[in-house]
Write a protein that binds this ligand. Structure first.
Ligand SMILES: [Zn+2]
Length: 279
């Protein structure tokens, strides 16, 4: 049950049609895993905490660097050289002391992925690691937990929703779009190619809003859709994608039955730029 000060804290949520006290209680009961507390993870975590999501499990292992502050808005200059996880937890507990925060100071890896998803209603992948996106997808499908997988680079952003939150069947999935990972050199990172800091805020805030929609059961969830942001022409588009019967993970004759470290393809296709032409 919500306490009186929570009714006041969340009053603007509760006023919304389709939310009300019952919706706010759903948020309070929700358990969300956020992988990464960087550029996308900062707004994701801030908005989920502020909205009253009752349990946030956070995986992060990095130390804050000066170059992070251009977009990682959970942190300030005094945090440079310190643990991002500690600083994030401190900030989020100050923002909302009514929620539980469960910090995991580690990388998201084959050895801990299943355990990290255990007991969660939803997982949000916010790192700049392509192997982590595949691992998140595989773990979410094998665990029957829906996922939102986000990415930003230069002036672009993408969010892919996988799985179905209603039956937990895990289809369609990230591998229905990308059966396997590209070679690392084919995928530039923000450290190589740059990123407009505000893109992290825009895409991370959209991930948080989509997560709240899923927990509240409002509107059309992003599961089975790709939401793309292109700031150079101020455009957004959302494209449906279907489960691929030949998908190696969720298809009719799957070849992936357990978690594994992704073996990259040998070809050098530009991974991020492949997406718009494939849909
Ligand atoms: Zn699939």
């Amino acid at each position: 049950m919500l306490e009186s000060q929570e009714l006041s804290r969340y009053s603007r949520n509760i006023l919304l049609s389709g939310v009300g006290r019952a919706g706010q209680e759903k948020l309070k009961s929700a358990r969300i895993l956020v992988i990464g507390a960087g550029g996308l993870g900062s707004p994701v975590l801030a908005y989920l905490a502020a909205a009253g999501v009752g349990h946030l499990r956070i995986l992060e292992h990095d130390t804050l660097e000066l170059t992070n502050l251009q977009r990682q808005i959970l942190y300030d200059t005094a945090d440079i050289g310190h643990s991002k996880l500690d600083a994030a937890v401190d900030r989020l507990r100050k923002l909302n002391p009514n929620i539980e925060i469960e910090p995991w100071n580690c990388r998201f890896e084959v050895g801990n992925a299943r355990e990290a998803l255990q007991g969660m209603d939803l997982v949000l992948e916010t790192t700049d690691s392509i192997p982590a996106k595949f691992l998140c997808n595989d773990a979410s499908v094998l665990s029957g937990i829906p996922a939102l997988i986000g990415g930003i680079l230069r002036f672009h952003g993408t969010i892919i929703g996988t799985g179905t939150h209603k039956n937990g069947a895990g289809r369609p999935c990230y591998r229905c779009l990308f059966p396997a990972a590209p070679v690392a050199e084919a995928v530039p990172t923000c450290a190589d190619a740059g990123v407009l800091g505000a893109m992290a805020g825009m895409v991370g805030s959209a991930m948080a809003a989509e997560a709240l929609k899923i927990i509240l059961g409002l509107g059309k969830a992003l599961q089975g859709r790709v939401l793309q942001f292109e700031m150079m022409d101020s455009s957004f588009r959302c494209i449906d994608f279907a489960a691929d019967p030949a998908c190696p993970l969720c298809g009719e004759n799957p070849t992936i039955h357990d978690l594994h470290a992704e073996e990259p393809l040998s070809e050098g296709a530009d991974f991020l730029n492949r997406l718009p032409t494939n849909l």
